[in-house]
Design a binder for this molecule. Structure first.
Ligand code: GLC
Length: 529
């Protein structure tokens, strides 16, 4: 059935700078990634999403694209990309690439032409405006990385808009030629065999036609990013973006069985709008709410229920536990709860996205001031917004540089990399890596997990217990968010069940009587034998 792979499968995000270096420059690349395909097969994921590898001055580490149809020499070449796709496909792994349509790099030839003169044919490809009547920027919008969202071009006397860095000018999606050019970029990669796109900041693509000022956000305090000083009423999530997305979807639908995923940070009621009219928007509007919800059983239970309830008829859910922009799960909730979080991610209803390194529990990494690379961290120091700790190299073995490179990596390793690495942890039956792999295998063998219904059985201050069911297949998941052991009395109709998997790596086959004991931070899957 069409769409089955991205509904039933598990996506694994790779930040290519940090996965595997093959040419000893301390930066990961496509050839290195290709070398690790056997690892991904062993782990048991179904699709990899590769963050940008396009030619870029790297002001925002590749999210500033200077050529949408090529590969930056740091990462390889188009030939290396083709080889990666071919070898992934030989292993039945799908390949999803990042698509960054909201903005290009300032060095993209389109912008270079656009800034030449007010009369340039490409002027309207970007968002240029005269200064405000008294001088200064055309409106009060703030960049996502702090500071104004407009930069004055002295030569032509106009400002251009950038939702992120000044090095990332926003494209004007109201312009038909921009849309056509970007659709062709998508076709370029689809024809090369990619299985889909993760679309960067898709909810930003359209801005208010009149570029009205954003209203103040009364809840803002100075310890929060400057962006949040204003409510994003006019700069993002505009109704017209839905037509733009429907256009992207039509391009994807020209090819067989590809997926369109949107990066969207919005409340649930707004997020689900991105499935689109008649489900003709993105297939999967990324659901980041696990990254934002307090890590307590009642809050997580409420989140799952409100998300499930908000899904439009026929819409397929998805869950994300980590990405290159947010604190690592193990850094946020600790090592013990990180194991439970993987069990949660891989047993919820909907497509899970696992972030590289979370399977080995990469946690807190100390970034010394001179090691800071993230432009956001540099622009808004002291707010804890830095993204470097979530982007450190994958740790493959116990050697000096963890098998990532032979050259000092672009970001540091964890202090415990000699033990926190794939080679050591794959031999340890109690490691988070062994647990993740066991969960992935279990999930693959159980239609109830891959596509069954989800229902809440019970929850309290510390426990969350739910059922997954597909036809006659039923299984149960019990998660202890607390630091104390818990005893849960089973409802009378549940009997004859046994433990299939524990986060602690033991108890398999233990029969569950009228009461289930969970140790601190323990999660278990239990089911009829
Ligand atoms: C997305 C990316 C982030 C990037 C931003 C601007 O949020 O995930 O890494 O900085 O877009 O492109």
């Amino acid at each position: 059935m069409s769409g089955e792979w991205w509904r039933n499968g598990v996506i694994y995000q790779i930040y290519p700078r940090s996965f595997q270096d093959s040419n000893d420059d301390g930066i990961g690349d496509l050839a290195g990634l290709r070398r690790q395909l056997d690892y991904l097969t062993w782990l048991g994921i179904d699709a990899l999403w590769v963050s940008p590898f396009y030619p870029s001055p790297m002001a925002d580490f590749g999210y500033d694209v200077a050529d949408y149809c090529n590969v930056d020499p740091i990462f390889g070449s188009l030939e290396k990309f083709d080889r990666l796709v071919a070898e992934a496909h030989e292993r039945r792994l799908k390949v999803i690439v990042d698509f960054v349509p909201n903005h290009s790099s300032i060095e993209h030839p389109w912008f270079q032409e656009s800034r030449r003169s007010r009369a340039d044919p490409k002027r309207d490809w970007y968002i240029w405006r005269d200064p405000a009547p008294g001088g200064g920027p055309p409106n009060n919008w703030i960049s996502n990385f702090g500071g104004g969202a407009w930069t004055l071009d002295r030569d032509t006397g106009q400002y251009y808009h950038h939702a992120f860095l000044a090095e990332q000018p926003d494209l004007n999606w109201r312009n038909r030629q921009v849309r056509a050019a970007m659709h062709d970029v998508m076709r370029f990669w689809l024809a090369r065999g990619v299985d889909g796109f993760r679309v960067d900041v898709i909810w930003h693509l359209m801005k208010d036609a009149a570029l009205r000022d954003n209203p103040p956000n009364p809840a803002w305090t100075p310890d929060q990013p400057e962006l949040e000083r204003l409510a994003q009423a006019y700069s993002a999530d505009q109704p017209e973006v839905q037509q733009i997305i429907a256009g992207l979807r039509r391009v994807v639908d020209e090819f067989d069985d590809r997926v369109l995923i949107g990066e969207i940070y919005l409340p649930i009621d707004r997020l689900v709008a991105y499935y689109g009219e008649g489900l003709k928007g993105v297939h999967l509007p990324f659901n980041f709410h696990l990254l934002q919800t307090p890590w307590r059983a009642p809050q997580v239970a409420a989140l799952i229920q409100s998300y499930e309830a908000a899904l439009p008829e026929g819409a397929w859910p998805n869950w994300v536990l980590g990405n290159h922009d947010r604190a690592r799960i193990a850094a946020r909730v600790g090592q013990a709860q990180a194991r439970m979080a993987v069990m949660l991610l891989l047993t919820l209803r909907g497509t899970p996205t696992l972030y590289y390194g979370d399977e080995i529990g990469i946690g807190v990494v100390t970034i010394a001031p001179e090691q800071i690379r993230d432009p956001w961290a540099k622009r808004e120091p002291g707010l804890g917004v830095g993204r470097d700790p979530a982007r450190t190299p994958m740790q493959w073995d116990a050697s000096n540089l963890a098998g990532f490179s032979t050259h000092e990596p672009w970001l540091p390793l964890t202090d415990d990399h000699r033990t926190r690495n794939v080679a050591v942890m794959r031999g340890d039956p109690t490691s988070i890596l062994t647990l993740t792999r066991a969960l992935l295998q279990y999930r693959r063998a159980r239609p109830a997990l891959a596509k069954g219904s989800w229902s809440l059985i019970d929850s309290n201050e510390d426990l969350l217990i739910y059922e997954r069911r597909e036809g006659d297949e039923r299984l149960f998941v019990a998660l202890n968010f607390g630091e104390a052991a818990q005893d849960w009395a089973l409802p009378a109709e549940l009997s004859g069940l046994e433990i299939a998997l524990s986060t602690h790596g033991d108890r398999k086959g233990e029969s569950v009587g009228s009461s289930l004991r969970l140790r601190p931070d323990e999660g278990v899957i239990f089911a009829p034998p």
